[in-house]
Design a protein around this ligand. Structure first.
Ligand code: ZN
Ligand code: ZN
Length: 136
């Protein structure tokens, strides 16, 4: 019997850009660094990491805006939604969980860059907190 990996849909606020990603995320975290706060306009960014070849833009390939050199963020050029970031020299993508349409199996397991979190925000769950990206 073949094990089929679920395919999850994601899209931006204006729906012009759509992607599909395998429900095979390797880790998920809430990032409290100042860049993620600015990119999302939120207290933190919930994201999940996956190998880059497991995500494909299925709509609006010409409607994306890339911010940054080398490792970069991919936004919708029209509405600005941050869809994912290309990290680790292009090998991995950090998908913003908020742009997923279908729920992923994974859940965030840690708060990272908790040392630079917004002073007005209180982390009130019991997940472990790290001051940077934990290395394995
Ligand atoms: Zn959009
Ligand atoms: Zn961050």
């Amino acid at each position: 019997m073949m094990l089929e990996t679920n395919r999850l849909r994601g899209e931006c606020l204006c729906r012009r850009v759509g992607y599909e990603v395998d429900d095979a995320f390797e880790y998920a975290m809430n990032c409290h660094c100042s860049n993620c706060r600015r990119a999302t306009g939120s207290a933190f960014k919930p994201f999940a990491g996956i190998r880059a070849d497991r995500l494909a833009l299925v709509r609006g390939q010409d409607d994306v805006m890339r911010f940054g050199d080398g490792n970069h963020d991919v936004h919708c050029a029209h509405c600005g939604s941050l869809l994912y970031s290309q990290v680790r020299d292009g090998a991995y993508l950090h998908v913003t969980l908020g742009t997923l349409v279908d729920p992923p199996s994974i859940r965030p397991t840690a708060h990272i860059f908790a040392g630079s979190k917004a002073s007005w925000f209180e982390i009130s769950d019991a997940l472990p907190q790290f001051d940077e990206f934990p290395t394995d």
